[in-house]
Design a protein around this ligand. Structure first.
Ligand SMILES: NC(=O)c1ccc[n+]([C@@H]2O[C@H](COP(=O)([O-])OP(=O)(O)OC[C@H]3O[C@@H](n4cnc5c(N)ncnc54)[C@H](OP(=O)(O)O)[C@@H]3O)[C@@H](O)[C@H]2O)c1
Length: 310
């Protein structure tokens, strides 16, 4: 089979499409014939060799966690899926998922049936980002109807799904991004928009119940500042949480890591089926343009998600 193989740590020029052996499946696994696979910032951080996840690999390696495709074969213990089923999932995160490939061996527990309303490209774009947004807002952030949530980087892979999930929960949603993304963020249902390049977020809002910060380490202090007393800050980027809490000891601040969950994906499927959650794919690239996909992701200027196909 073909796979996008990374020959060495460093830049995206180290990617090449190569022939590699098809993976073998274990009793609890499913062999998926991949129709499309997604990329996330965690991928480029791993690629450099400097991310915590990098240490889990030795070269030549196959990166990637997000994919969608058709079940080709199931292990002897698998009862939830059968050959021909259309599935999607985040495979083995943060262990190697090896999703940049034509076939992926995935634990059945990491997969869900693909909603009919999603294309394979949309489904491949979704898992890591949508699980992150779902777990951040519902499980860690405990967002309730009537509360106000600020979503930092509302136009990004995670943020654009966070806006829509927060709306379905009945929250008042404020999104941040640069002005070029205002129409997009408002189209997702955001009630208010802040162009962070033109306004200081802390001048524009205050007394927020929950901030979901997907923008990065730079925004974390602002995110803490705009919370009401006892407000909640959920961050997914590396940041100085201890310093944040020293400044705002009255808030709950937490950095979370997404976890693989077929059950969460099945709950999310209901929102997708009801038309309440749309996956925005800004680009579909051929697999041999993985370097370009990583360059764009690293610019931190992409809108929605990028996916690739063989
Ligand atoms: N801990 C976890 O479990 C977990 C899970 C998923 C992702 N992450 C991390 O979370 C971060 C976001 O992931 P992602 O996939 O959503 O990233 P992404 O898609 O690359 O985010 C890009 C978006 O961020 C916006 N942006 C950049 N800087 C901003 C700022 N200062 N204020 C507001 N918006 C800003 C950009 O909008 P403009 O172009 O308009 O500026 C762009 O649309 C990454 O660092 C990723 O590694 C962590």
């Amino acid at each position: 089979m073909k796979a996008v193989v990374l020959s060495d740590w460093g830049g995206p020029e180290n990617f090449a499409v190569q022939d590699v052996p098809k993976p073998a499946i274990k009793a609890d696994e499913v062999l998926v014939k991949v129709k499309a696979f997604g990329v996330n910032p965690a991928d480029f951080k791993t690629r450099t060799g400097n991310a915590p996840y990098s240490q889990k690999y030795t070269h030549p390696i196959i990166l990637g966690w997000d994919m969608a495709g058709e079940v080709d074969e199931v292990g002897s213990n698998v009862t939830d899926f059968k050959p021909g089923d259309a599935v999607y999932g985040m495979v083995n995160f943060p262990e190697p998922g090896q999703a940049y490939a034509e076939y992926v061996a995935a634990p059945a527990a990491h997969l869900a049936l693909k909603p009919d309303t999603l294309s394979f490209e949309e489904a491949a774009a979704a898992p890591l980002a949508v699980l992150t947004a779902w777990q951040a807002l519902t499980q860690h952030g405990q967002l309730k109807a009537g509360e106000t949530v600020l979503i930092q980087a509302a136009s990004g892979g995670v943020g654009h799904l966070g806006v829509q999930i927060a709306k379905t929960l009945g929250a008042h949603v404020i999104g941040t991004a640069s002005g070029k993304n205002e129409a997009f963020v408002r189209s997702l249902g955001a009630d208010e928009f802040i162009d962070y390049t033109q306004n200081k977020v802390e001048d524009a809002v205050h007394d927020i119940d929950l901030v979901f910060d997907t923008a990065g380490a730079d925004t974390i202090f602002t995110s803490a500042k705009v919370l009401k007393p006892k407000g909640r800050l959920i961050s997914i980027a590396y940041g100085a949480m201890d310093k944040v809490l020293a400044e705002r000891p009255d808030i709950h601040a937490e950095r979370i890591l997404v976890h693989t969950s077929g059950d969460d994906l099945r709950t999310i499927n209901q929102l997708i089926d009801e038309g309440k959650l749309k996956i925005s794919v800004s680009q579909v690239l051929p697999a041999d343009q993985m370097a370009e996909a990583h360059r764009q992701l690293e610019s931190r200027r992409t809108t929605g998600k990028i996916v690739l196909t063989f």
